[in-house]
Design a protein around this ligand. Structure first.
Ligand SMILES: Nc1ncnc2c1ncn2[C@@H]1O[C@H](COP(=O)(O)OP(=O)(O)OP(=O)(O)O)[C@@H](O)[C@H]1O
Ligand code: SF4
Ligand SMILES: [Mg+2]
Length: 314
């Protein structure tokens, strides 16, 4: 089997005590082994919820209503917390946008790295420090800083430390959720290169979640474009970015600066609709310059042109 992760027809619902709302609507995603698969879309499109469900960390009141999640050929949907703990941080390593979410400010980096190794029975105490030091060196953090605390590091250094932690455990899958958003451009590229090398050198599969189509273009092999809780287009990254089919993908691409190309940047018109108040038809209808009446009332079907897309007109 060439997919490390298969998300099939996933539906995630929010129950706020008064009403129920579908946040993720029949999303299917396949993550191939040893590749970088990007998930791209504007804020609120459902990138994070989809992948938090994989590691069983959805916020309170939000739950998987239906669908399936298969990791490394095993069904992991609705696993007990005890079984999920064996996978989370060991088989699947989640790098959060805000690294402090994953690090404890009270303990130094050494004890947090050693704790990961011991809690997953990867090594015994005598070898743990050696492994931690080697991993820090690999990501360009001065090993003598191992006794420092999270607040002693910059955002970029903390992301490197998280990647060092991932290297130590050698997971099958890393989910990197906007790993570079708050970093300067040079540090962004260094972090993304580190991630890219992991797929090549350590056979680790990566999900790269981003709202930045430029990063997606340069660093991923395959891409899923999300809009308001649904996939609207998927395909080999260079095909999708160079020849987008779905009007939303096209708008996303036109909204960024292309290096060396004289052009007018066209921000995407309008704002994403409310996930709580959706049309029956295409969710991009209000913002789409290609729309026809049918789009308003009938949800578009999946079609194929290179990759897959959902649109009545294209
Ligand atoms: N804790 C929460 N309670 C209720 N709704 C939430 C919560 N977190 C997210 N949502 C809603 O779930 C939907 C998907 O959000 P999600 O965080 O997955 O989007 P995203 O694509 O990751 O956005 P961003 O790029 O801003 O991280 C949005 O409509 C959002 O408002
Ligand atoms: S289905 Fe219609 S409204 Fe939706 S993206 Fe296609 S053309 Fe636009
Ligand atoms: Mg998010």
């Amino acid at each position: 089997m060439n997919d490390i992760l298969k998300i099939d027809e996933l539906v995630i619902e929010l129950d706020n005590g008064k009403n129920k709302h579908i946040l993720i609507d029949s999303v299917s995603i396949n993550i191939p082994k040893n590749k970088i698969t990007a998930i791209v879309g504007e804020s609120g499109s459902g990138k994070t919820m989809t992948f938090l469900s994989v590691i069983g960390l959805l916020p309170e009141g939000i739950y998987v209503k239906s669908g399936d999640i298969i990791f490394d050929s095993c069904k992991i949907i609705n696993l007990s917390e005890k079984d999920l703990r064996k996978i989370r941080g060991r088989e699947i390593f989640y790098i959060f946008q805000e690294p402090m979410t994953a690090l404890d400010p009270v303990f130094n980096i050494e004890s947090q790295m050693i704790e990961i190794l011991l809690s997953h029975n990867i090594t015994d105490y005598s070898d743990a420090k050696k492994i931690a030091l080697a991993a820090l060196k690999e990501v360009g953090i001065e090993p003598t800083k191992i006794k420092s605390y999270p607040h002693n590091f910059s955002g970029g250094q903390l992301q490197r430390i998280l990647i060092a932690m991932a290297i130590m455990v050698s997971p099958k899958l890393i989910i990197a959720d906007e790993p570079t958003t708050s970093l300067d451009v040079v540090t962004q590229l260094e972090i993304l290169n580190l991630l890219k090398n992991l797929t090549k050198q350590k056979n680790i599969s990566i999900v790269l979640i981003s709202h930045n189509i430029g990063i997606v273009y340069n660093y991923s092999d395959y891409v899923y474009v999300m809009y308001l809780g649904q996939i609207v287009e998927e395909g080999v990254t260079c095909d999708v970015v160079e020849n987008p089919v779905h009007p939303y993908t096209e708008a996303l691409i036109n909204s960024i600066i292309k290096m060396g190309v004289k052009q007018k940047i066209k921000p995407i018109e309008g704002i994403p609709g409310e996930i709580y108040n959706l049309l029956d038809g295409c969710r991009f209808y209000d913002r789409c310059s290609y729309r026809i009446d049918k789009c308003k009332f009938k949800p578009p079907k999946k079609s194929r042109k290179g990759g897959y897309y959902y649109c009545w007109v294209k």
